[in-house]
Design a protein around this ligand. Sequence first.
Ligand SMILES: Cc1ncc(COP(=O)(O)O)c(C=O)c1O
Length: 384
Amino acid sequence: MNISIYNSFPIHVKKAMGCIVESTEGISYVDTFSGIGVMLLGHSYEPVLESIRNRIQDYMHLSNYFPVEDATSVENILLSATEMKQGGLFYTNSGTEATEAALRIVKKRETCSKKTIIHFSGSFHGRTLGSLSLLRDGFVKERFGPLLPNIQSLEWNNEEAFDKYMNANGQEVLAIFVETIQGSGGIRIISDSMAEKLKHYQKQYNILLVCDEIQSGLGRTGKWFAFQHWGLQPDIVLVGKGLGGGLPLGATIFSEELRYEFLPGDHGSTFAPNPVALAAAKTVLSEIPSCISYIQKMTPWVQEFICTMLGNCIKDFRQKGFMIGIDPIQSAKEMVQIGREYHHVLLNVTYNGTIRLLPPLNTTKEDWSLMITPLQKTLQQCII
Ligand SMILES: Cc1ncc(COP(=O)(O)O)c(C=O)c1O
């Protein structure tokens, strides 16, 4: 019997294409969050499928005893995109493993007097115990403690609290983990002034800045990585979700300086990087530059479209490219079922009640209309 850890939709899927998920009963649902931000080019994207087929007919898994050409190609693209050309990269199978690898790298720098790791309220960096130590405060975290020591949680976008903490303790801070756009936290975007403070303290106290781009990276916000909107220069960047085109693949990318400290034996993986996922990743990454231009062009239109369609029903709207948070004037949680049952739209709602839109990066105007029209009907039906 399945454990009931997930609150799954009662839908058996026959086929998924683009942003449409078709059930075995022949109902077409519109998917507004593309497998929680994984299907960057939409479901069943033919060039990705083709690269998977081509690779799989030769081999599926070899292990790290064999060099794989695609591993080097994907690494080079990611190092160049993060502007860390002389840096290094460690492959993982998931986002949380990318966070864990970052924690290992950070821990190698720990000393008796410099050991604090900062994260922010609303943050989410994964579910393994190390990553969980960096989770927003709350009951999930409390159930599994004690977690890693020397972790400091600070309030998101509260500059005063940040200044106060850093002025008193900055010398002890080893690393800061940040999602410049908090995904699971409800698409909460870093303020410009908070980003400036991050830059300032990173430099002043020689702090390792770890940018978690697992949800916001790979073109989603109209740049390769969200941190680039604020000109941050991270020491470590985390990537996951859509990298493997729907197959499990993540990466921890680090600066040249750290590259010489992260040594053989410091970490490893049986599966990562899987060659089939790498073949898919190469195709996904080759399409990101055109998706970035497309998203930049589409962003004002999408904003206008959503606000016109949903304006009366929402109290807040936050957007960077195709990463969008919508706060309805009434609880979003009840809307998931109504949307699915009556309007055939699949919605994702974050723990704090934000409807999170993470559509494919190539979503057309017609597809936006397919998503927002049933969402409008759902909101109108729910809001009395
Ligand atoms: C910002 C961020 N970090 C880390 C993770 C964890 O990734 P995974 O579920 O692949 O372990 C997620 C997943 O949603 C995420 O959004």
